[in-house]
Design a protein around this ligand. Structure first.
Ligand code: MG
Length: 480
């Protein structure tokens, strides 16, 4: 992890040319046992939206049927302490794409927590994305699904390293039409016409409102087509489902399938989609050279009751810095490389995917800026521990909590969607031992002042090097 902090304002293409030289350490990864260069592995990230820690059968859900995710986990690896960079969509996705906390890119805010259709900001050009790093190594790249890192032309995926894009530029509950039923009623019996969201191919709107009932199916078809077309070269597929973010929609074949109701139907269609992707990789003979990661962008949206998911035994959900907001299910799969049926109980994060992918591709991790990710290869392959021993939990631009080893200190807590009246500052911080107490019930602060002192030192070091990025989420389009 670099600790140099000078501003990087060079254009992305120049940065990519300088940074994507072949690193010596990375090169060894590209050689087989006979030292012959081999093709770098493909990367597939399947990103659900607002799916909780407890929404997969093999992670404890009693009535949602997820045979494909369960098989993926049986053949692959479950990460049980895997975190996103923020508990809401936009900053979480910025962290995934850049390997940097959203405070550094400016992709977080205390007033507007995500981007909206009237937002003028987006992921800055000087940020380096996973797609830019991998395309610099000859990968074909596709973004299929929800982007939410800026809908104006200069912020779309095709301007951030992706060769192609097919999906919604922001959340499916935005662009709500005035004639839709009031309040929550629109979500209880959702109809396509209630939300005027656009479906985009590359940079063109091709359908509006998007037919959300078939989005999961069409994203899957697009993903499968991209894999088949790219089989002759390394590729990166970012498949970011719009579901199960409300309003919930599923294809006709999945209507009434699940014991868990509409939400369960939606998860079961996503599970079907996972099966389609893995089956395509097998059919094309690519499974043993493809790293697949399944995870979610944040925890379940609990305030939507039955329309939201479950964080299992974790506390709270989307929007909060409790575990239920930021610890997500994560399954990794790579037959022949990742030990089948394995678990990693140490920490990992979506922030770690960029550096890990860079090492696997033989690309260098950016050196001209602070990176927040770690190389997870040793933990994935079962040859060593995870290098991640801490995690910062931001809400907007403020640090609310920190995990160090098994302990998590909450300096500030707040209900996920509420005014500041609900905000509580804790001095000393609340302290939980997450291995004994993953549900964050029993405060052990008074018994462990030495742990709190160590966490305070970590925070002081972090804040001393932190240079917050120019805020992107508060800018509004003045003329619409
Ligand atoms: Mg989300």
């Amino acid at each position: 992890m670099s600790t140099r902090t000078h501003a990087a304002m060079v254009p992305t293409f120049a940065a990519a040319a300088v940074l994507l030289t072949l690193g010596l350490a990375a090169e060894s990864e590209l050689r087989g046992e006979d030292s012959a260069p081999r093709r770098p592995p493909n990367l597939v990230i399947i990103f659900a939206d607002d799916m909780g820690y407890g929404d997969i059968a093999s992670w404890g859900h009693p009535s949602i049927h997820t045979p494909h995710l369960d098989q993926m986990a049986a053949e692959g690896q479950k990460w049980t302490s895997f975190y996103v960079a923020a508990s809401v969509c936009t900053p979480s996705r910025a962290g995934l794409m850049t390997g940097r906390l959203p405070i550094r890119s400016g992709m977080c805010s205390d007033t507007r927590r995500v981007l909206f259709p009237d937002s003028a900001g987006g992921l800055p050009d000087e940020e380096i994305t996973i797609a830019e790093i991998l395309s610099g190594r000859g990968y074909a790249t596709a973004c299929v699904g929800k982007w939410h890192l800026g809908h104006l032309p200069q912020y779309l995926p095709i301007r951030h390293g992706f060769d192609r894009y097919f999906g919604l530029p922001y959340s499916n509950d935005m662009d709500r039409v005035a004639s839709s039923p009031p309040g929550r009623q629109a979500f209880l019996a959702p109809e396509i016409s209630f939300w005027n969201v656009p479906l985009i191919r590359d940079a063109e709107i091709i359908e509006r409102p998007a037919d959300q009932t078939t989005l999961t199916k069409r994203y899957t078809e697009e993903a499968v087509r991209f894999i088949r077309e790219s089989r002759g070269q390394p590729f990166f597929l970012y498949l970011a489902h719009t579901m199960p973010h409300v309003p919930l929609f599923r294809s006709p074949e999945f209507v009434g399938r699940s014991l868990r109701g509409l939400y369960g139907d939606v998860i079961e269609e996503i599970d079907w989609s996972v099966g389609q992707v893995l089956q395509t990789l097998r059919e094309e003979g690519l499974a043993e050279n493809t790293w697949v990661v399944f995870t979610s962008d944040n925890g379940p949206w609990l305030s939507y009751d039955e329309q939201g998911g479950s964080a299992g035994l974790l506390r709270n959900g989307k929007g909060s810095t409790w575990e239920g907001g930021m610890r997500v299910p994560c399954v990794m799969w790579w037959p022949g490389r990742i030990p089948a049926g394995s678990f990693v109980r140490e920490m990992g994060s979506t922030l770690d995917i960029l550096p890990t992918a860079a090492h696997l591709a033989g690309a260098e991790v950016p050196q001209d800026r602070v990176m927040d990710g770690f190389d997870l290869r040793a933990a994935m392959f079962g040859t060593g521990p995870s290098p991640r021993n801490h995690m910062f939990f931001y809400r907007g631009r403020q640090l609310y909590a920190v995990r160090l080893g098994p302990y998590k200190a909450h300096f500030i807590t707040q209900e996920p969607y509420s005014a500041n009246a609900n905000r509580q500052v804790h001095e000393p911080p609340l302290l939980f031992h997450l291995e004994v107490d993953p549900g964050e019930h029993w405060d052990v602060a008074s018994a462990h002042p030495e742990v709190i002192a160590e966490i305070r030192e970590l925070v002081a070091r972090h804040q001393a090097e932190l240079q917050p990025g120019e805020p992107q989420l508060d800018k509004k389009i003045t003329q619409r």
